[in-house]
Design a protein around this ligand. Structure first.
Ligand code: ATP
Length: 235
């Protein structure tokens, strides 16, 4: 068994100018694993994903991907190495159709198994809507496009920032129901979630961030609600 994690951070510090947001994050994601990052507003979850994907500057050695240092590389190079993000708020290109949005992911990424055909099998509604502007879709359908755009870059790891944000419970279930199928095809996934129960159910391991630090970390099934509450709220 390989012991090199797919993603590893050691003492990761990051911030915005003088405002430090992460204070030494030790994190790992193994191949084929789903790991959740939870924490209150402002705990540093989004900053962490941005640090992994080159959107926030960090020292090169602070982030390793397949054992190689990638910290601070331009985001485009990180995508081509196989790390793709589904950003908070979906961020579709408003003037482009669903299919054009998906093709943007293909263009940004690497060669691999994902194709429009495969994606439309995962989210059949997107085939019906493929010529519509992304912004004409419901929130849940837009989230499917955002996930699809990331998958079309053929990542080894998918980083999802708050997929459930602003969506109705039934739609959230529909989105998360697609995750096991994606993982079954060999994807490794980091999910950032405000919904702690959902994060715990969907993941093998959980990291709970609090004020830019890892307050708790462990196997999702082994952590009690009390442990998580204490780490989440810092009590
Ligand atoms: P949320 O759930 O609200 O998105 P989060 O856990 O993702 O929260 P971050 O967005 O990573 O938290 O924010 C971590 C800290 O960094 C917060 O103190 C926040 O105010 C600060 N921060 C985030 N973005 C910026 C920015 N562009 N400029 C300055 N400070 C920022």
């Amino acid at each position: 068994m390989s012991t090199t994690p797919l993603i590893q951070t050691a003492g990761l510090q990051a911030g915005y100018g003088d405002a430090q947001a992460l204070f030494g994050i030790d994190f790992s994601l193994d191949a084929g694993e789903v790991v959740a990052v939870i924490g209150a507003n402002g705990a540093g979850k989004s900053t962490f994903l941005k640090a992994l994907t080159g959107l926030v500057q960090v020292p090169e050695a602070a982030v390793r991907f397949q054992g190689r240092p990638i910290g601070g590389l331009p985001p485009g190079r990180i995508v081509r190495q196989g790390l793709a993000m589904v950003p908070e708020g979906r961020r579709l290109f408003p003037s482009l159709s669903v299919e054009e949005n998906l093709r943007m992911g293909e263009r940004a990424g690497r060669a691999g198994p994902w194709s429009l055909e495969r994606l439309y099998r995962l989210f059949p509604i997107l085939r019906d809507k493929r010529h519509q502007p992304g912004t004409a879709l419901s929130g849940g359908q837009q989230q499917m496009v955002a996930i699809g755009r990331a998958l079309m870059s053929n990542p080894l790891a998918l980083l999802c920032d708050e997929l459930s944000l602003g969506l109705a419970p039934i739609v959230i279930r529909e989105i998360y129901d697609a995750l096991p199928a994606i993982v079954a095809e060999g994807m490794s996934v980091v999910i950032v979630e405000q919904d702690v129960g959902l994060a715990q159910r969907m993941s093998r391991r959980v990291y709970c961030f609090q004020e830019g630090r890892v307050a708790l970390h462990g196997l999702s099934a082994a952590l009690s609600r009390e442990q998580i509450s204490a780490a989440y709220f810092g009590v």
